[in-house]
Design a protein around this ligand. Structure first.
Ligand SMILES: Cc1cc2nc3c(=O)[nH]c(=O)nc-3n(C[C@H](O)[C@H](O)[C@H](O)COP(=O)(O)OP(=O)(O)OC[C@H]3O[C@@H](n4cnc5c(N)ncnc54)[C@H](O)[C@@H]3O)c2cc1C
Length: 507
């Protein structure tokens, strides 16, 4: 059981280092769980340049569970198809078993703005223009040195979470290793003006010398990227327009007349993952924990899921009721999804190689993608909906899976949905009146536990799940326990009590 600390000696409960999408969502999760969190972000203003373009199904499902989906959908386009390795067949997201079988076009600047607005709505303190220059920890807390507009100062907190991107200072200073593979492909990216918009290439084009990615961003700009598989580039120098246009000529045979860049960036296919996401009182999330080539548009999505997995567990620890091992389960649960994303991006890079020897493999893969089952597998993989956690408990088809959007009808006829009960990041015990033991176990358990705010108890019926008697959903939306109507009552009481204690504590 975690020690209960007093607020004395701590400026905050949690220092969130980095105010990108992951840091902002994590801070919001902490704030709605009544944790004193501050975001320390070195940039004085949000960057106007978008790396990511969109959000996938699991992110959309999760945003819905926090009541944020409508603001993300408002005015944004969505599309049903995605690409895999730039092959000629499309991945069909509409086949997903999800209310959100599509990808939402939300450029990263917009995603970051909406997440920052939400963080501010729940009174998160955000210090922009404050760079963390050092972090160190002792048994009770973490100290960070920060350089802000008025000079350097020190903050002390119970925990620090590095959401400070791929080059994470927090990760390095915590001594967390970042093993993986170095970069062999150089991507040169420019948001540029193309004089002949009508005839500009569209999407991903593979030539014998590399790949070109070209899409319109708005009525003026195009995003143009070359992926160069040939020569390693010296690190440490900024990309210039001359270098980008030379690369376009080399790979595409023409520089498309690209001019007036508003953003130039260079990156590689380096793929790395933190060997542990927690070192004592310091944790890492998002790109600080894993980086990979952006193919398939998965990085933001993966990082947002880290934040949702970590927020409530950290809050439980800070409030002193975290069961043994709860905080460590963050590392245990979130390593595997990142490993899989790194693997699928490496596979895509291999398929994108311009070597003519790879062409037959691409053709074969394209044919395979036309098989419904293969296509569905890829759609599930890219959209993150196959993530399932290894959760102990009586075997059940739903255990460890993400709880679906069930429609619930209360005794008085009121209709609600499962996502609507998770808005405050509490657990949900759904009592589908199949077993009196569910209400009783819950009442017995809660009578001895000062658990207000930890688990919401909802009695309802659910036409879509006639066999299901009860469901325990964690704040991040994953099923921690489920039971069907045909189970003996004694085993229901025991297994539910044990699941409640495992995830929500006993005092
Ligand atoms: C070209 C490109 C296209 C991409 N496309 C997609 C896509 O379509 N879909 C997708 O899901 N992902 C995509 N990604 C990946 C995605 O952009 C990242 O995964 C995402 O930005 C990670 O978010 P983050 O919050 O973890 O880190 P970042 O976005 O890197 O944010 C880290 C923040 O920490 C701050 N910071 C760093 N150090 C300090 C410090 N010492 N003190 C204070 N603040 C600090 C930084 O200023 C920054 O604001 C793409 C990436 C690239 C490069």
């Amino acid at each position: 059981m975690a020690t209960k600390h007093t607020d004395q000696d701590f400026d905050y409960d949690v220092l969130v280092v980095g105010g990108g999408p992951v840091g902002m969502l994590l801070a919001t999760e902490l704030r709605i769980s009544r944790v004193r969190a501050v975001v320390l972000e070195q940039l004085t203003e949000r960057t106007p340049h978008s790396k990511a373009f969109g959000l996938h199904a699991r992110s959309l499902e999760s945003l819905d569970r926090r009541g944020l989906l409508e603001r993300f959908r408002d005015g944004a386009r969505s599309w049903n198809n995605g690409h895999f390795a730039g092959l000629d067949a499309w991945v069909d997201f509409s086949a997903l078993d999800s209310e959100h079988g599509y990808a939402l076009l939300s450029e990263q600047t917009r995603t970051e703005r909406l997440l920052e607005e939400r963080a501010r709505e729940v009174d998160t303190e955000i210090r922009r223009g404050h760079e963390v220059t050092a972090v160190r920890q002792d048994a009770d807390g973490v100290e960070a040195e920060v350089t802000g507009p008025d000079g350097t100062y020190t903050l002390r907190a119970r925990y620090a979470v590095g959401c400070d991107g791929g080059h994470s200072l927090v990760r390095r200073q915590a001594g967390i290793a970042f093993p993986g593979t170095g970069g062999r492909v150089t991507a040169r990216l420019g948001d540029v003006i193309l004089p002949d918009r009508e005839n500009a290439p569209m999407g991903m084009e593979r030539t014998e010398r590399g790949l070109l990615f070209c899409v319109p961003l708005d009525d003026t700009y195009h995003r143009v990227s070359t992926f160069d598989f040939q020569a390693e580039r010296e690190t440490g120098t900024e990309l210039t327009l001359d270098e980008l246009t030379a690369s376009l000529r080399e790979i595409w045979g023409s520089d498309l007349g690209a001019h007036s860049p508003r953003w130039l960036s260079v990156f590689t296919d380096s793929a790395r993952q933190a060997d542990r996401y927690r070192a004592g009182r310091i944790l890492v999330a998002g790109d600080a924990a894993h980086t990979h080539f952006p193919v398939g548009g998965q990085g933001v999505n993966l990082g947002l899921q880290d934040a949702l997995n970590l927020g409530w567990k950290l809050a439980a620890d800070i409030h002193g009721w975290a069961p043994e091992g709860l905080l460590d389960s963050y590392d245990q649960e979130r390593q595997a999804p990142a490993r899989k994303v790194l693997a699928n991006t490496r596979a895509q890079i291999a398929l994108m190689n311009p070597d003519p020897y790879v062409t037959p493999l691409r053709e074969l893969f394209t044919d395979l993608m036309r098989l419904d089952q293969v296509n569905l597998h890829l759609a599930q993989m890219l959209s993150g909906v196959t993530v399932r956690y290894d959760i102990d408990g009586p075997e059940h088809r739903l255990l460890g899976d993400f709880a679906k959007d069930l429609e619930l009808v209360a005794e008085d006829g009121t209709v609600s949905t499962l996502p609507g009960h998770l808005k405050r990041a509490t657990g949900l015990l759904l009592d589908l009146t199949g077993h009196p033991e569910i209400s009783q176990a819950h009442e017995k358990w809660s009578a001895g536990v000062s658990w207000a705010g930890r688990v919401r108890h909802v009695r309802a019926t659910c036409a879509a799940e006639p066999e299901l008697a009860g469901l325990l959903v964690r704040p991040d939306g994953y099923v921690a326990w489920a039971v069907d109507r045909n189970r003996p009552e004694a085993s229901v009481r025991e297994s539910l009590g044990s699941a409640l204690a495992t995830w929500f504590g006993t005092d």
